[in-house]
Design a protein around this ligand. Structure first.
Ligand code: ADP
Ligand code: MG
Length: 591
């Protein structure tokens, strides 16, 4: 089967790893009281389960056979009380199980989420969001399932199998011998069917993952799909994936039914043998009817835990795979982190200096920036220009300390960036990108993102300067208008204006604009240019712009090509030089 989406197959199965198991079990420790209650209730249930047939035997032999009504009534009452106790115990157990497993899900999910918040860009570079999401949801669920049915049932099934075998040998060893000869046949059958059934279920899981991934991509790309009229092709593709899921599910259920029937058949055969032999024994007065009744009762109670056990091992393996995936995330250390003696920047002037910086995303493969050195004085505007892929955004990524340079250093107010508390520096910086990410929530919420404690006047001022106010007022709910996920209720120009407002309200010392006006129309760009006059005033700014007209007034223009600085100077100086900048400028003028 074509597996277009599922790339995590290799981690679907795992051999049993004791260290991994112990580490997973640590998460259960806070719930030890619940586990204790759970175990006590399981044990109670087991005892009840084991005692019941014995009582039935007593009722048959001493009550029914001897026609003693008092015994029947008395023991009947005992049976009733025991059953009620069993029910109550069951309820208590389910409560304890839920508290443990839901608590476990809550804890692990929290830890994974919090950890991903701290992880550096490099972690996200090579990982589709879908995979990370599945770590936080499916994998956590698999671990909890294992704790729930796996561990609890594993222990109780084992105890119950041993208990039943001991009891049946005690009441009649000859019949017991017949019973246990059936057990190997039983185990053999289950083992034979196990692989087929496992493979079938793995296939259904994979096809379901394919369906999800296909749905996800289709929904996200709906505009492009409809624009290119690809619906028919899409439906066909989905049809194929959907059919695969249908088929694999049918296949899996057939195998499952088959194994159930076989199990039942063997159980039935075993029971028949016991009844047949037992009947002869009764005839010869070698045993009582009650014993035989109790015996067949026990046999039926033996098959269920045997087949359950074969599932537990599987579940354990898939939980192992899940915990390994989760620990992989948790064990990833944030690459960019504060050094222990990092200093807190109280106030900054806004002086930036790159000293001979070399950088690559995968430095062994390719360097993206080479020998970058430049200095920006406080309050100056520096522009980075150059062709797409030259390395402009990479310079910004280093300046924001999303990555660290491979060689060289970046200084802020004379301190090496690596010795500054990251958050204290980023608080002084605002960034507007080409395609700004707007969060769900109101327009106001999105402005507040830049400064959560901004006063209403500050918000209003930022909105006025950036012309956000103009379009906000046109919505009935004004500032409180919910812009929805990714700001889908706004035009791209409006989103960009909102991003400027968000940057402005933070009142940053350093402002970074990465092609911030590239995706907006000239009308909006003019608005933004006006706003920029206020925005840039007195702040150190690094501006990347495609339209050179927007950076003519920069204090310094740096031309980058293939990761190197090839020219540097003011607009006038660079034009006079008639070099790369001059050519770029002429080219844009002609367009
Ligand atoms: N996250 C990344 N991982 C690997 N390579 C990247 C990444 N981001 C950018 N690059 C590469 O680095 C080079 C410079 O990219 P970038 O700085 O974004 O260019 P610019 O902003 O000048 O268009 C490009 O060749 C690009 O393919
Ligand atoms: Mg770029």
């Amino acid at each position: 089967m074509a597996n277009i989406y599922d790339a995590d197959e290799d981690l679907e199965k795992q051999s049993f790893d004791f260290k991994l198991f112990v580490r997973t079990m640590k998460y259960i420790r806070p719930y030890w009281k619940n586990v204790l209650v759970m175990s006590a209730m399981v044990l109670t249930g087991l005892i009840i389960n084991l005692v019941e047939p014995l009582i039935v035997r007593y009722i048959v032999d001493e009550g029914m056979m001897k026609k003693d009504l008092a015994v029947i009534i008395k023991m009947g009452a005992v049976l009733l009380i025991i059953s009620i106790a069993g029910l109550i115990g069951g309820r208590i157990r389910i409560n304890a199980v839920n508290r443990t497993t839901q608590g476990l899900i809550y804890d692990i999910r929290k830890e994974v989420f919090e950890h991903t918040q701290e992880l550096s860009f490099r972690f996200f570079d090579g990982r589709p969001a879908g995979k990370i999401i599945s770590r936080i949801t499916n994998d956590v669920q698999a671990i909890s399932d294992f704790v729930n049915t796996g561990i609890v049932s594993f222990i109780s099934e084992i105890i119950s199998i041993i208990g039943i075998i001991v009891i049946i040998f005690m009441i009649n060893y000859k019949l017991a011998l017949i019973t246990v000869t059936v057990v190997p046949v039983f185990i053999l059958l289950l083992a034979l069917l196990k692989n087929a059934s496992e493979n079938a279920w793995t296939m259904t899981r994979r096809t379901i993952a394919n369906i999800n991934a296909n749905m996800n991509e289709t929904l996200q790309g709906m505009r492009v799909i409809q624009a290119f009229s690809r619906q028919k092709h899409n439906i066909e593709r989905f049809e194929k994936i959907n059919r695969e899921n249908y088929k694999s599910h049918m296949h899996a259920t057939v195998i499952q039914l088959l194994s159930w029937h076989l199990v039942e058949f063997v159980g039935m055969a075993g029971t028949c043998g016991v009844v047949w032999l037992g009947a002869g024994m009764i005839a010869r007065n070698a045993t009582s009817l009650g014993t035989l009744v109790a015996f067949t009762n026990y046999i039926w109670r033996l098959w269920a835990p045997l087949s359950a056990l074969s599932k537990v091992y599987n579940q354990a393996l898939s939980a192992m795979a899940s915990s390994e995936r989760i620990f992989q995330v948790l064990d990833t250390k944030p690459e960019i982190a504060d050094s222990p003696d990092a200093i807190e920047l109280e106030d900054i002037k806004g002086e930036i200096e790159f000293r001979n910086v070399n950088f690559g995303y995968n430095p062994e493969e390719r360097m993206v920036l080479r020998g970058i050195s430049f200095k920006v004085n406080p309050g100056e505007v520096v522009a980075l220009v150059g062709p797409t892929g030259a390395g402009k955004t990479s310079i910004i990524n280093l300046l924001m300390r999303f990555y660290d340079p491979v060689e060289g250093s970046i200084m802020v107010d004379g301190h090496d960036m690596r010795n500054i508390r990251i958050s204290s520096f980023r608080k002084k910086v605002s960034m507007v990108l080409q395609d700004s990410f707007i969060f769900s929530g109101s327009i106001k919420d999105n402005i507040l993102y830049g400064k959560p404690d901004a006063r209403d006047e500050e918000i209003l001022e930022a909105a006025r300067i950036t012309k956000v106010l103009d379009f906000a007022e046109r919505f009935p709910e004004g500032f409180e208008t919910d812009v929805e996920e990714r700001g889908s209720k706004l035009s791209s120009g409006q989103r960009q204006l909102l991003a400027f407002a968000r940057a402005l309200v933070a009142n940053p010392r350093i402002l970074i604009l990465d092609e911030a006006t590239s995706s907006v129309d000239t009308e909006t760009e003019r608005h933004i240019q006006d706003a920029l006059k206020t925005l840039l005033k007195g702040r150190t700014s690094v501006v990347i712009a495609h339209r050179l007209s927007t950076i003519e007034h920069a204090d310094k223009i740096i031309v980058i090509d293939e990761g190197r600085i090839i020219e540097e100077g003011t607009h006038k100086e660079l034009l006079d030089k008639r070099g790369a900048y001059y050519r770029l400028y002429l080219k844009q003028f002609q367009d």
